[in-house]
Design a protein around this ligand. Structure first.
Ligand code: GRF
Length: 203
């Protein structure tokens, strides 16, 4: 399976996926890193791992659709089968959702459908939840709203802070995301079945 990872910042999830491929735990090839911040740490990580990078500055394009059309060309050029969003901080438009519907996944640091959007860990803490976690889902045109593929829960302890929960969530993400991608590769996770849930209209 040829995958493209999209990321905007640190890229610890990108690293976990790249390491899983290297160590033979994940039977996929990372064909491309797509990044909307050319100076992000994740770009350095990809270069160090010898993975091709398409980094772009959104301000140089007339619209979201314009840069997504260019991304789509890159994906098609490299025969990318699966798009993996890993801390990509941009809304995906119809250009990519339509081309990759049922073949584009995201990881989010809450038990969706609770706490979509930014600062999911902070939102959960402010609500006083006793359980939170991580969700991997198909990407539709909404905000963290597509059909759910996998979830892991963690308990929130009395002394927990945003930093301590974020740390535990990251540890779980780094195991879960490569496992889910491997599940897609070996057919134990069925994307077509999940994709039967109707996507929302684009936002
Ligand atoms: C992760 O917590 C992920 O759930 C969210 O963004 C964060 C990215 O972290 N979508 P990193 O860049 O992979 O370190």
């Amino acid at each position: 399976l040829g995958i493209a990872v999209f990321a905007s910042g640190n890229g610890s999830n990108f690293q976990a996926i790249a390491d899983a491929v290297k160590e033979g735990r994940l039977d996929a090839r990372i064909e491309l890193l797509v990044c909307d911040r050319p100076k992000a740490k994740v770009v350095e990580r990809a270069e160090a791992a010898g993975i091709p990078v398409f980094a772009f500055n959104p301000k140089e394009y007339a619209s979201r659709e314009a840069y997504e059309r260019e991304i789509l060309q890159q994906l098609q050029l490299r025969n990318v089968d699966l798009v993996v969003l890993a801390g990509y901080m941009r809304i995906i438009t119809k250009v990519l959702v339509d081309a990759y519907w049922g073949r584009m996944i995201n990881i989010h640091p809450s038990l969706l459908p609770s706490f979509p959007g930014l600062d999911a860990v902070g939102q959960a803490l402010r609500h006083g939840v006793k359980v939170t976690g991580v969700t991997v889902h198909l990407v539709d045109g909404g905000l963290d709203s597509g059909p759910i593929l996998a979830q892991r829960a963690i308990d929130v302890q009395p002394g927990d802070t945003e930093a301590s929960i974020t740390e535990r969530i990251h540890q779980i993400e780094h195991r879960l995301y490569p496992e889910v991608i491997q599940g897609i590769c070996d057919g134990s996770i069925h994307l077509e079945q999940a994709a039967d849930h109707k996507p929302k209209d684009g936002i």
